[in-house]
Write a protein that binds this ligand. Structure first.
Ligand SMILES: Nc1nc2c(c(=O)[nH]1)N[C@H]1C(S)=C(S)[C@@H](COP(=O)(O)OP(=O)(O)OC[C@H]3O[C@@H](n4cnc5c(=O)[nH]c(N)nc54)[C@H](O)[C@@H]3O)O[C@H]1N2
Ligand SMILES: Nc1nc2c(c(=O)[nH]1)N[C@H]1C(S)=C(S)[C@@H](COP(=O)(O)OP(=O)(O)OC[C@H]3O[C@@H](n4cnc5c(=O)[nH]c(N)nc54)[C@H](O)[C@@H]3O)O[C@H]1N2
Ligand SMILES: [Mo]
Length: 764
């Protein structure tokens, strides 16, 4: 277990490419640390294989013809973390009161290993004590039945299978609410709100085979080498074909600069590496709308000239005519915009944006890929809509090699939405569920993540059930949420390892440890398999192969069924036990609810590469209100309305992931690619800002939010270090800096916390 030491931390540039020997060494080291060297190696061979298990780390697509090792360094870390030989037996809790554990870091809490048995909080001793499964279910059921259903929340973190997620949403709705927030509310909800209005789907349109057909790729706000490393393989292939890749990112992320394929012997033995980005646009945090507007301006004005002189057109006028609406207004806004403002807001020169626009507009089929750097802003929805504006301009939706790729987070976060986990009743097939299961579904809007936090703060939320995740730690305004969280009547966590949400608990609290996806799941009808949806809308089967961490663990479907049976009145239309006995029956129920996507589910789930869900936009069928694809003209470029009046001492902070964590799960304290070793308590700043604010490299400071809403938000003991980041911007790590984000500081329409634009002052 590593101890975070701000003073002794090391900062040195990492000179290697992403992948390569550094990656191979890191895999061996984590397998050794978790004491799973031999079994780990056996298990990794089955990772992301058509007959194996789906990686529990990111949601990137799994190819039909996988590599010999279809996993990356971080996928291997996630596997080792789950199949670790370390255990937290009930005896551990004899030695530690829960109050003692409050001082443990996220890294310390998880590194002690897998929980092995269900536990209940005992207020008399301030300890977790063992409880029988049935007793836990009965207590939880009794508590939930005594509450107004509107005061309970059912959160899902994005890892649980389609089968479990379907059962979970059904349980919440039969209980009486649509309070089904999920991690997507903090993640790609800006996508789910933006895209239905522009292209009529809630998810990205790109599939894996588009990578082979594309001749230009634009990357916005995603750290691929760390957060979806397997994607570097198709990118490397594209580069070998000469495809230009343009990256828009305030940081020079190593994976998007250069990559050595750790599976290619040649590249491992010789210093060969592929340069990934052909142009790297280091824009300001939140500068994307302005940057894309600059590109659109150049394309439209150049095209205006071509129209006059009979030259080659850059704008796809036939496509725009036949398929879209709103082009004239958008084109007018682009022509009217001025370069000074574009350069100032984006932090990028006109020349650079014109060069990027030229490359893009000359491509026959271009795709845009993006992540949290776009969605986690006050203007997250507008950012995403600007990307579709740019794609529509050149007809880049609905043809091979083109499209938009929302790079999702958790391995089944997209799928959880697909099978009904949503707080928005209009997105769930409530009529169908009612007729299938003979109950009356609640029709009022449920709570999303931010609204659930508001409910916790004002005492309206009394019970909180978590299907995975670490809600308390992942949400904004951490220091305000923690004390309120403790006042809830009931917290229930289905989990694999201890985390902050288990330690900061409600008055009654239950820890229900489950099997992980990599483990063998034996039920009445034999070993079970489960399914997930990847970032490209393809559904895959997954079967576990490791021995369970403990024989007392239950599967996630069994736990959801246990809570449901103890909470809900009996309903002959839902046989929870039969579902747990044979997950194929759950898949039959899913297929009945969603026949378009999931017909013949059990037969198709092992299709190599997964089976794809139908997406109208891929065929240029627009499921928008006006049945056309829509340009949406932005009302300005301003990245953050909350920072309008902030003076020059206020920095714009992004909170981001390092290379050795999965969200709040911190594997180690190093962020190798960015050259940060031994601490996560940093504020990385532009040298000019360090000088201007009278600070020095290595100085220990506090960061305070510039919010003016009556609350003091401060994180202490952060080390200032210089970094290649645009002036006025800073970065530090999530979740350590979550206390700085005001709950109300979220994307306007989607309510995704604006974690990439937090206004802070440095207090020396
Ligand atoms: N190993 C590993 N894999 C993961 C995860 C993990 O924690 N670890 N998490 C999973 C989850 S849930 C998710 S959502 C994804 C997250 O994956 P990412 O979307 O990569 O999220 P972040 O790590 O927060 O990094 C955001 C990136 O956006 C850039 N950025 C920040 N602000 C801006 C901006 O204003 N404009 C632009 N253009 N760029 C900006 C940052 O420099 C950084 O490169 O990864 C998933 N995969
Ligand atoms: N400041 C800031 N805040 C952010 C973000 C950011 O970039 N910056 N990113 C946001 C994003 S994109 C996301 S997705 C959220 C993530 O928020 P969450 O999804 O809530 O958090 P995780 O850290 O992924 O959850 C980790 C826990 O999941 C449990 N777990 C692991 N495997 C399993 C399993 O198989 N089954 C079950 N039942 N439990 C399991 C373990 O106990 C582990 O401790 O955080 C958001 N918060
Ligand atoms: Mo996420």
């Amino acid at each position: 277990m590593q101890k975070d030491s701000v003073e002794d931390a090391k900062f040195e540039e990492y000179t290697q490419p992403a992948g390569g020997w550094g990656s191979a060494a890191a895999v061996a080291s984590i397998l050794a640390k978790e004491h799973v060297l031999i079994d780990g190696a056996r298990i990794l061979r089955k990772q992301n294989k058509p007959d194996g298990f789906a990686c529990v780390s990111c949601s990137w697509a799994k190819p039909a013809d996988p590599h010999l090792f279809e996993f990356c360094e971080n996928g291997a870390k996630a596997t080792a973390w789950e199949i670790t030989s370390r255990r937290v037996e009930p005896g551990f809790f004899d030695k530690h009161t829960v109050t003692d554990l409050e001082s443990w870091t996220d890294h310390e809490l998880e590194s002690i290993g897998r929980l092995t048995a269900p536990m209940r909080y005992d207020a008399a001793t301030d300890k977790y004590v063992p409880v029988e499964w049935q007793q836990a279910f009965d207590d939880i059921g009794a508590e939930l039945r005594s509450l107004d259903p509107k005061s309970a929340v059912f959160y899902a973190s994005g890892r649980a299978s389609l089968e479990t997620s379907y059962m979970y949403q059904l349980m919440a709705r039969m209980y009486g609410n649509n309070n089904l927030p999920d991690s997507s509310n903090m993640c790609h909800e800006s996508t789910s709100v933006a895209l239905p209005k522009t292209i009529g789907v809630g998810v990205g349109t790109v599939r894996l085979d588009d990578f082979e057909k594309s001749d230009c790729m634009l990357f916005f706000g995603h750290n691929t080498g760390t957060n979806a490393p397997r994607m570097l393989h198709p990118l490397q292939e594209a580069r070998k074909r000469g495809v230009p890749i343009i990256t828009f990112n305030p940081l020079r992320e190593r994976g998007l600069e250069r990559f050595a394929n750790p599976q290619s012997p040649l590249e491992m033995l010789t210093p060969k590496q592929t340069q990934i980005s052909t142009q790297y646009v280091q824009l300001r945090l939140g500068g994307d709308t302005a940057a894309v507007m600059g590109m659109a301006k150049w394309i439209i004005e150049t095209d205006d000239g071509a129209a006059r002189t009979g030259g080659r057109r850059l704008v796809d006028t036939a496509f725009i005519e036949q398929h879209t609406s709103g082009f004239q207004a958008f084109a007018e806004a682009a022509r009217a915009s001025n370069w000074d403002e574009i350069e100032r807001e984006s932090g990028v020169s006109r020349g650079e944006l014109e060069a990027a626009a030229r490359t893009y507009a000359n491509a026959k089929a271009a795709m845009i890929l993006y992540g949290m750097g776009l969605t986690q802003h006050r203007e997250g929805v507008r950012n995403v809509q600007m990307l579709t504006n740019l794609l529509l301009l050149c007809g880049n939706i609905g043809k091979p090699g083109a499209g938009i790729c929302a790079i999702r987070g958790h391995s089944n976060v997209q799928g959880q939405r697909t099978v009904g986990i949503t707080e928005k009743p209009e997105l769930a097939p409530l009529d169908k569920l009612e007729s299938q299961f003979r109950f009356t579904a609640p029709r009022d809007k449920g709570l999303n993540t931010v609204e659930a936090c508001e409910g916790i703060l004002d005492g309206k939320v009394r019970a909180f059930v978590m299907l995975g995740g670490n809600f308390v730690r992942a949400v904004p305004d951490h220091h305000r949420i923690e004390p309120a969280w403790k006042k809830m009547r009931l917290t229930v966590q289905v989990l694999t390892k201890l985390n902050r949400s288990a330690i900061i608990h409600g008055r009654k609290s239950y820890l229900l440890p489950c099997l992980g996806r990599i483990e063998i799941d034996k039920q009445a009808s034999g070993p079970q398999a489960v399914t997930m949806e990847d970032s490209t809308g393809c559904m895959h089967g997954s079967k576990g192969m490791a021995d369970p961490a403990s024989r007392h663990l239950l599967s996630e479907p069994a736990i959801v069924a246990g809570i449901a049976k103890a909470t809900l009145p009996p309903n002959p239309s839902v046989d929870w036990d039969a579902w747990v006995g044979d997950y194929a029956l759950i898949r039959d129920a899913i297929a009945e609810t969603f026949p378009d996507i999931f017909h013949d589910f059990n037969a198709r789930m092992w299709t190599p590469g997964g089976f794809a869900r139908p997406l109208g936009a891929r065929e240029r069928v627009w499921k928008t209100e006006n049945k056309r694809a829509n340009f949406i003209t932005p009302d300005g470029f301003d990245a953050d309305p909350d920072m309008k009046s902030s003076g020059p001492d206020v920095l714009r902070l992004m909170t981001t992931r390092g290379d050795s964590q999965f969200n709040t799960t911190v594997y180690s304290l190093d962020d190798r690619f960015r050259g940060v070793f031994g601490t996560r308590r940093v504020l990385m700043m532009n040298q000019a800002d360090i000088d201007r604010l009278g600070l020095a490299a290595g100085q220990i400071v506090s960061a305070r939010t510039d919010a003016h809403d009556g609350f003091e938000r401060q994180v202490d003991k952060l080390r200032v270090e210089p970094f290649d980041i645009p002036a006025g911007c800073a970065f530090g790590y999530y979740p350590e800096l979550n206390p700085l984000i005001p709950l109300w500081h979220h994307a306007k329409e989607s309510k995704v916390p604006a974690a990439k634009s937090v206004p802070i002052r440095i207090v020396a």
